[in-house]
Design a protein around this ligand. Structure first.
Ligand code: MSP
Length: 512
């Protein structure tokens, strides 16, 4: 195996239907996975569903069905949404699968036997919504400090994981691995959090309060705390504990994409769990921001302001939707969602810039050359400028992708396409054609087609369907991996182009 790449999304709670926030993380992971494949890396892309815990038990109860049946229905919704969004995951994990239950119990047994887990007494204030305990001093006016909902006081025996013993180790690890938690301001946030003494983690729930969970293998009166169960999904899917798996190759390359609301669980609990298991750390934990409404409110089902991704896909098409998600959020920061912005991106970036360029190349080739691609002629300084711009585009794009910044990558590609449109304005092949300068006309169209082809390879991770359409139009099949084709001059002169149809039809026509 060469160059393993492992990327994960959070596993989504099944008590919520997929919304824009879930779609964002999943599309981002898909784009990064596709870029890795494009560059010839051995990519493994994991997503899935988080099915245990009180929230799911209560949601199932409300509908009068068993939590397993409820999870079956809801996980199918996630899968079908991802299918419609073109998500190319390699594995979809469900925490109720046997392979996962086995790993959770194995890890618990191991930690129990080595004294990393102990039985203790517990008094805390529990927030059902966040599935988290708080101490009295954490509470804000007696309510959950995260979501503001009422909390309940709980006194009971429980099992604890000795998280506190690893606090100094974690601080050192984060400090000596600057890329571990990204962006840097999130890393500082975690280091700030770690300035307070860390408590041990309560990892059990008594079955009189919660039955829907993985039983502790050493005490059947308890089930496992949902976060302790959920985080382990990342190693289950990578093949932990399985003979002949590629766990050792993939696991240390793991990149966890998460939202900023689940930073502590991923950057504090999870590394310490792995350390206690003597496993290597993931490569990076990258926390993105939230999609918020104009009023700055986080979108979520419980706030009743969530946008259903498929409604937008029905209007704008899957690729335009994916493009918008990647283009309008600066990774790490919050972004305002507005459908008007989506429509604007569609018009200006996709229809007027990319779509227009493709249409010009294809229709002029039909008009002046009966659909045949001409050979490039002697190179002018305009041609050279264009060729240099597109030859340097892949490296510049990849640098942004390596920095988890598809937004900047798209800005670079769209700027280059804009320059290619200007190249046509400047060289005006339609004027040359009518004065009989057909060699030069053909040469210009060849160059513009090459610009489109290179851009389309780099846009493929974000807009796979539209890029396939461009390749079909050019009668061109990319090599495997695609990055071999990221050099100027791969289109064969004489190729018959197919008849064009608008890549991004006018919105008025689509909604009519
Ligand atoms: N089940 C846990 C994750 C366990 S991972 C071991 C969970 N699930 S969730 O379904 O509530 O949320 C999953 C992700 O969706 C989080 O990363 C969260 O940040 C993201 N989003 C939910 N709403 C969001 C927005 N409005 N905007 C962007 N992402 C947000 O947490």
């Amino acid at each position: 195996m060469s160059d393993p790449f492992y990327i994960t999304t959070p596993i989504y709670y099944v008590n919520d239907a997929p919304h824009l926030g879930h779609a964002y993380t999943t599309v981002l992971a898909d784009v990064l996975a596709r870029f890795a494949r494009l560059r010839g890396r051995d990519a493994f892309f994991l997503t899935g569903t988080d099915e245990h815990g009180l929230k799911v038990q209560l949601a199932a109860q409300k509908r009068n069905i068993a939590p397993q049946d409820y999870s079956d229905i809801m996980q199918a919704q996630f899968r079908s949404t991802w299918e419609k969004l073109g998500i190319s995951y390699d594995d979809f994990i469900r925490t109720t699968q046997q392979r996962h239950v086995k790993v959770v119990q194995q890890v618990l047994n191991d930690l129990w036997q080595r004294g990393e887990i102990y039985l203790g007494g517990y008094e805390g204030w529990y927030c059902v919504h966040d599935e988290r305990f708080w101490t009295f001093k954490d509470l804000l006016e007696g309510k959950c400090p995260d979501c503001g909902r009422p909390v309940e006081k709980v006194v009971e025996a429980n099992y604890f994981f000795r998280m506190s013993t690893y606090q100094d180790w974690l601080i050192d690890y984060i400090k000596s691995h600057p890329d571990f938690i990204q962006p840097a301001y999130r890393r500082n946030e975690v280091l700030g959090f770690l300035r307070q003494p860390l408590a041990d983690l309560c990892i059990s729930r008594p079955i009189n309060r919660l039955t829907w969970g993985i039983p502790l293998p050493f005490d059947k009166q308890f089930v496992t705390y949902v976060w302790f169960d959920a985080l382990l999904n990342y190693i289950t899917a990578a093949g932990y504990g399985q003979a002949n798996s590629q766990f050792d190759q993939f696991w240390p390359q793991a990149i966890h994409l998460i939202g900023k609301d689940i930073l502590t669980t991923h950057s504090v609990y999870w590394p310490i769990m792995l350390k206690a298991m003597n496993l290597p750390m993931p490569r990076t934990i990258f926390a993105h921001g939230w999609w918020v409404t104009h009023q700055g409110q986080k979108m979520s089902k419980s706030l009743g302001n969530a946008v259903a991704p498929l409604d937008l896909v029905d209007i704008y098409g899957v690729d335009a939707f994916r493009y918008f998600l990647m283009r309008d959020m600066t990774p790490g920061l919050d972004a305002d969602f507005s459908e008007d912005r989506l429509a604007e991106r569609y018009r200006y970036d996709l229809s007027n810039n990319l779509g227009n360029l493709v249409q010009r190349v294809a229709s002029m080739s039909q008009r002046y050359f009966n659909g045949q691609l001409s050979a490039p002629g002697p190179i002018t300084s305009d041609d050279e400028h264009l060729c240099r711009l597109f030859e340097s585009l892949p490296e510049r794009t990849f640098a942004q992708i390596d920095a988890y910044n598809p937004q900047q990558a798209l800005i670079l590609i769209m700027e280059a396409l804009n320059d290619a449109n200007q190249y046509l304005e400047l060289t005006a092949p339609w004027k040359l054609a009518v004065t009989g300068q057909l060699d030069r006309t053909g040469s210009i169209l060849y160059n513009a087609a090459e610009a489109v082809r290179i851009a389309s390879i780099l846009l493929w991770p974000v807009m796979p369907e539209k890029c396939y359409s461009i390749w079909q139009l050019f009668n061109w099949t990319p090599p495997q991996p695609y990055h071999y084709a990221l050099v100027w001059g791969k289109l064969q002169p004489g190729t018959k182009l197919n008849s064009p149809s608008p890549l991004f039809p006018r919105l008025e026509m689509m909604t009519a």
